[in-house]
Design a protein around this ligand. Structure first.
Ligand code: ADP
Length: 432
């Protein structure tokens, strides 16, 4: 029955399927068009027939109860053979193409037929908008014209529907793409974080090796030198050489002290890294604790200076691990003495829910760029390199304070001085 090539027909069926309109539910927009077509052409029946592979399926059928009929009897299948013309059959009974067609002779009694092909923008005839009567008829030019215009409306509607579906599909794809990008972004972020950690770790190890080898070698060289000088002086039995030997022995003692300090810091670092620190807080009087702590400072450490203590707020018992807090405050005070030539201050503030130990100095201060790294192991600020130190104290102190559930705050200005604040929480039971 079709005059078109089989491949063109396969293509047309594919295009029709791509509109995803076949077997969809009735829709008002289409029903309004068939109703209008029937009204204008004054026919009892009007339909939007889509010509599928083996059937014609009605998207809308005014005056019809069937939803589809076999393609072989479809008059619309004839109409789409001439996509540019409205096919009008005044009396099917006199047209030999429809001899024996059950639609003509059966209950439907299709005597008059006029169908305008539904041609999409790419030239594919999807079906036809048709009007049908049970008696012979002829459309006026105006009716024919309107039928064609309504046919255009149907095509517009079908194409609009597909564009919307495509848009929605594209939107969904975009959404999925976006989600995928987010997931990828997170993975990348994690990877970068891991790489940064890895880099930090290897930098830390390099700093460790550099500092430890330097810090170990310096006292060892000094000790070696002192021992040799002492041996030299021992050959002379004079009083002055005795004094010189004693001086060298004092240097040896001092260097051994520094060496031991560094060793114990490195040991502490190892304990922190393997989570082997023990934390034993006991309620104690913080004021008494800091007074005792300052008494342990040697004359050599103070070098003629004093540490001024003050206490503010109602004195209360505080749960402290004395050993850990002792290390922390000794480190802050040693730094305050080391990086300043003035007397440092230690203020104790009892607040409702916390206790604050502030160590204040008016020394060299810390450059702004170095502030974020202060608590990194082995880090030393650029303005402190000529002063003895290993960059471990603050790192260890922070771990100890965090074990108490507290934190350390720093404010500093280069060449003006620094304030380190150890803020410890006060449990509710002890806070009253
Ligand atoms: P260090 O043994 O080097 O003093 P710390 O961990 O105690 O190690 O301190 C790390 C670095 O922070 C120091 O090397 C110094 O650059 C800086 N720093 C710490 N405290 C002070 C301070 N009171 N004034 C100036 N710089 C400080």
């Amino acid at each position: 029955m079709t005059h078109r090539s089989p491949t063109a027909e396969v293509e047309r069926i594919k295009v029709l399927a791509s509109y995803k309109i076949l077997d969809t539910l009735p829709e008002e927009e289409y029903d309004a068009i068939t109703q209008l077509a029937a009204q204008i052409c004054q026919t009892p029946i009007s339909a939007i027939s889509l010509v599928d592979n083996n059937r014609q399926w009605f998207k809308s059928a005014h005056g019809l109860t069937v939803r589809q009929t076999p393609r072989e009897y479809s008059l619309c299948a004839y109409a789409i053979q001439t996509p540019d013309e409205t096919m009008e059959v005044h009396d099917t009974r006199t047209d030999e193409r429809f001899t024996g067609n059950p639609l003509v002779n059966g209950d439907l009694r299709v005597i008059f037929y006029a169908g305008t092909p539904l041609v999409d923008d790419n030239g594919y005839a999807l079906g036809a908008l048709c009007v049908i009567d049970h008696k012979p008829r002829q459309l006026t030019t105006e009716q024919k014209h309107t039928l064609k215009a309504l046919g255009r409306q149907v095509v517009n509607q079908i194409q609009l529907h597909r564009s919307q579906a495509l848009l929605q599909g594209a939107n969904e794809q975009l959404l999925m793409l976006n989600q995928e990008l987010q997931v990828r972004g997170q993975a990348e972020h994690r990877l970068q974080h891991m790489l940064a950690q890895e880099k930090e770790l290897s930098e830390q190890k390099m700093r460790f090796v550099a500092i430890v080898s330097h810090e170990f070698r310096t006292p060892l060289t000094t000790i070696q030198l002192s021992v040799e000088l002492a041996r030299l002086h021992l050959n002379n039995q004079t009083e002055t050489s005795r004094e010189k030997v004693l001086k060298q022995l004092a240097t040896v003692e001092e260097q051994v002290g520094k060496f031991t300090e560094l060793m114990s810091d490195v040991m502490l670092l190892g304990n922190i890294e393997s989570n082997k620190l023990s934390f034993n807080p006991l309620p104690c009087d913080a004021g008494e604790f800091v007074r005792e702590l300052i008494d342990t400072f040697s004359d050599r450490q103070l070098n003629g200076r004093t540490i001024e203590i003050s206490s503010h707020g109602p004195v209360r018992q505080v749960p402290l691990d004395k050993k850990l807090l002792n290390y922390t405050l000794v480190n802050l005070l040693t730094n305050a003495l080391k990086y300043s030539s003035q007397n440092p201050e230690l203020h104790l503030h009892y607040e409702p829910n916390q206790i604050i130990f502030s160590v204040i100095d008016t020394g060299i201060g810390i450059p702004l760029e170095d502030m974020p790294h202060l608590f990194t192991s082995f880090f030393r600020a650029r303005n402190s390199l000529t002063i003895q130190g290993n960059g471990l104290g603050l790192f260890i102190a922070r771990q100890f304070v965090e074990l108490h559930g507290g934190h350390i705050e720093v404010t500093s200005q280069q060449d003006q001085g620094s304030t380190f604040r150890v803020v410890l929480p006060m449990p509710a039971s002890l806070a009253d």
